[in-house]
Design a protein around this ligand. Structure first.
Ligand SMILES: [Zn+2]
Length: 281
């Protein structure tokens, strides 16, 4: 009697050499124990079983690319499991940034259409789209990580709303919302101060303004709305945790509880924000 295969693909195992190379490619997982890394490897294999990868603009997806994307996507889900990613199957990978049509209605009701170059996009109940040039090993700068960013959006969207609040029990949700709001408003004020400090002769959108924005603990894009604040905070939490913990200790702790991970190798012993801020770096 033939084995009932039902078209299922064989389990994609990540071989040892590829796994070691992937771990070395993303050095921000130093907080994980050997046991955690084994768990992450199994989660990546599960992710590869469940998701399909489509190369756009002729991009050929290699095992190394697939594994690198799964690795970064699964890191935030290490303790949460993959259920937050159940609303989609496809990961679309462009070789570089991709253009998306944006429609904006201004206060006078006039519709403006424009094209914006994106590094990543997570669609509600749809695919995750990633630019490989921005997700490849070594592409990360300033604490950015587009793959973690887009998959944190997916965790946020798991309750159907992109509002910066993932599915949480009622009491935890109330606490999350108040800590998120306080950190978000603080960040928006910091951004206002930076924007006011930029001299009139400097284009605030140009490269000369970058040193001013570099004073901020997060990418200015985090001020867009609470959903982007959560996504940008999520990437910074994993890639530049000290920066986030120093700027927003309560928010950092909230994220550490949610992800059930603490990427800081040695935590401050301070029990309140003042102590945490005063802790030696
Ligand atoms: Zn985003």
């Amino acid at each position: 009697m033939p084995f009932p295969w039902f078209g299922r693909r064989p389990d994609p195992q990540i071989d040892d050499a590829l796994w070691r190379r992937t771990v070395a490619d993303f050095p921000f997982v130093g907080h994980l124990s050997g046991e955690d890394l084994q768990r992450l490897r199994e989660l990546c294999e599960e992710f590869l079983r469940r998701k399909t990868f489509t190369g756009a603009h002729g991009l050929r997806i290699t095992p190394r690319m697939r594994t690198a994307l799964a690795f970064q996507a699964c890191l935030p889900a290490l303790r949460l499991g993959l259920s937050g990613y159940d609303d989609f199957v496809e990961v679309i990978v462009y070789p570089d940034q991709f253009l998306v049509k944006q429609t904006r209605v201004d206060e006078a009701g006039v519709v403006h259409e424009s094209e914006e170059a994106l590094s990543g996009e997570a669609m509600d109940r749809g695919p995750v789209v990633i630019s490989w040039a921005d997700a490849a090993p070594g592409a990360h700068r300033h604490g950015w990580n587009v793959t973690i960013h887009e998959f944190v959006h997916k965790l946020d969207l798991a309750d159907g709303e992109a509002d910066g609040i993932p599915p949480l029990p009622r009491a935890a949700r109330a606490r999350w919302e108040s800590v998120l709001t306080a950190a978000y408003e603080d960040f928006c004020e910091q951004l206002d101060r930076v924007e006011r400090a930029i001299p009139a002769h400097i284009d605030p959108e140009g490269p000369s303004a970058e040193p001013y924005y570099a004073r901020l603990p997060l990418d200015p894009y985090a001020a867009t709305d609470p959903a982007e604040f959560f996504a940008v905070s999520g990437e910074t939490f994993f890639v530049a945790p000290r920066r986030l913990a120093d700027a927003f200790p309560c928010w950092y702790r909230e994220l550490a509880v949610f992800f059930a991970q603490d990427p800081l190798p040695v935590r401050s012993t301070g029990s309140d924000d003042t102590a945490a801020r005063a802790a030696p770096r």
